[in-house]
Design a protein around this ligand. Sequence first.
Ligand code: NAD
Ligand SMILES: O=C(O)CCC(=O)CC(=O)O
Length: 374
Amino acid sequence: MTLNFEHVTLGQRVRFGTGKAAENLSAEVERLGARRIMLIASESDAPMAAAVSSGVDVVLHYHDVAPHVPIEKAEKARAAAIEHDADLLVCVGGGSTTGLAKAVAMTTALPIIAVPTTYAGSEATNVWGLTEASRKATGVDDAVLPVTVIYDAELALSLPAHLSVASGLNALAHCIDSMWAPRADPINQALASEGIRALAAGLPLIKDNPADLAGREQALYGAYLSAVAFASAGSGMHHKICHVLGGAYNLPHAQTHAVVLPYVLAFNAPFAPHAERRIAAAFGSDDAVTGLSDLRSALAAPTSLKEHGLNEADIPEAVELILPAIPASNPRRVTAENLDELLRAAYAGSTLPGSTETATTGTATTRDKETSHA
Ligand SMILES: NC(=O)c1ccc[n+]([C@@H]2O[C@H](COP(=O)([O-])OP(=O)(O)OC[C@H]3O[C@@H](n4cnc5c(N)ncnc54)[C@H](O)[C@@H]3O)[C@@H](O)[C@H]2O)c1
Ligand SMILES: O=C(O)CCC(=O)CC(=O)O
């Protein structure tokens, strides 16, 4: 294989230290010379945010966070930032909270320090998402990339095991989709491979014992790598599917990723042998689908979209919305028919047509005639 690619590395400071979030936040605020902080955290994460920000000056404690960043919430938060003359945004929470900070940064150009408490990875990307009239729009803007990320594995100790698993599989999806996303290259694939290894090591430890700090550290490290890979490689087929489902039908983000991932992997893997080998090697497995399947079994991962609120009657509309968004880089040609089959299988948690076994428990084969590209 010849090496011929263009790669952009985003500039961002990372401070990783277990039990050190408050100390690291104070140091960063001082380094940036900020005096008027807008602290964004959901109502339920507010006590954690208060502890993390105990050493800095906060002019506004802002709690009106909602999944998928509804535009009305974004506009309200933007107005509040201006009204309080904020000079720095600090967000403490999951991807929804980081997403709201990004929405504010988009129009105000305020810097963000992100303190993530899940494994969604939004803190390490220049990707924003906003939902308006039941449609989720995403885009890229360097203004929304947090200047600093403060990682502290202790902050995720309160994240219940089932949410940790779903969120960790959201991160794993960043890694796997990066293998065939529009700007996939050897650098982001290497980051994605190490992300898969770290997540596959950390998540079972968390599942067995949510207080396991070594597992939490591995998962957080993997989540960061996954997000850097995703920001660099762009959104592949998997992310396009999940964004439509999340925005149009208000499905929970991490759980949707967790359910859809094995179906997309089983769909693409036979057409992407190079990516398939890398994913398998990262799992330490004979093949990629089995590697993911074994991990999902160990994690008791969510298996169907119907259990997370999708109506079967919405599938034809979802196919129409997703199909135009599938990137040309996808290794397998996506048609209305095979996408409909994939969504119906993910809806029911059943075997993906074209696979010899269920996507969650076996190796994919296909009888289609497309050739492989990745
Ligand atoms: N822009 C990007 O690059 C990017 C990447 C990934 C995800 N996202 C976005 O992030 C959102 C999803 O993020 P998410 O999966 O983190 O969900 P979330 O932020 O909605 O959090 C899920 C729930 O977990 C709670 N929670 C968070 N941390 C906790 C903790 N440590 N202990 C206990 N409870 C905790 C939250 O309060 C919330 O109720 C979606 O809108 C998604 O589109 C964006
Ligand atoms: O910020 C967004 O809403 C878009 C990016 C995103 O959600 C990544 C993901 O699907 O995990």
